[in-house]
Write a protein that binds this ligand. Sequence first.
Ligand code: SF4
Length: 370
Amino acid sequence: MTALLEVEGLKKRFVADRTVFGRPTAFVKAVDGVSFSVDAGKTLALVGESGCGKSTVSRLVLRLIEPDAGSIRFDGRDLRALDANALRAFRRHAQIIFQDPYASLNPRMTVSQILTEPLALHDLVPAPRRRERVEQLLRLVGLEPRFARRYPHEFSGGQRQRIAIARALAVEPKLIICDEPVSALDVSIRSQILNLLRDLQDRLGLAYIFVSHDLAVVKHIADRVAVMNLGVIVEAAETQALFASPRHPYSQALLSAIPVPKPRAKRSRILLQGEMPSALNPPSGCRFHTRCPYVIERCRVEVPQLLADGTGHATACHRVAELPRPDAIVLADGGFSPVLEKLVAAFSRGTEVAGANGVGIAGATPPASL
Ligand code: SF4
């Protein structure tokens, strides 16, 4: 099956500083060679800390900003080769839902106007039938048609996000980019919106790119997960496989931060040492090497490639074959496995650790039977 969206070698850098004559002198490499694909009806989650480049990737995919390099194919067509008319047609098929439903809806427009606007822009429904379509859209996202005459400020946060979803659905898209769609909502509302997104996906065959820093949410909704760090993907796998056995040390640290839904449970978490390096001046070699307890000399000079193992689980780490494979860090019941304690100890040690093959820093202590 051909993927709905195929991204290959995507790169984007932003000018961070200029001379008084306007010549760029410093760049931020926001996205530095990202590749992935998304099938119709499936969800790919992009996860990572703030500033890792996941939101930039979503804007590049929609061509809201232009990439410096790489290819983006949607339904078999090269998006970078589209002219203005073809790009407008593409935008009908790829929509975005933003984090903040308060800011993404025009406060001066009624819900009816908000939902009618895209129908008219793409000339999808004859004018006499647009009111009926607005009512259908509201029902689809669980809102009553009588709300059509109200303004956004008359709704709760969850209801506004439902309106934003209805607006995205108005143009019958094939792909929706969900950029932190529930992080601004109350916890009690989040599951309702996530369930709505899943339900719509089942009914309409939508593909999602789900951008989030919240792994608990990602576990609930994604089919596949790509973990990003400083503009690159460090691990990509089916959701179940990643949560059962994360292989990259960065993924292990991220997963350990998922809250445990048990008030009395003993909570352990891998605390990454040091500050997140600046994307202005990312570390050489592996970009995680300044915070990784398993770093060896090779990590400082050689960039690890994202290599798949034949099961679809890809990792960008020189030592992936020799590092321990933890059992599920996050158990099905939300608790943590005993393996996490050992991982926490390895990260907390903050020392450089020799590899099983003997390559490493003299005098360093290997992690105990991880
Ligand atoms: Fe990066 Fe080396 Fe750590 Fe692997 S072991 S994550 S390559 S620093």
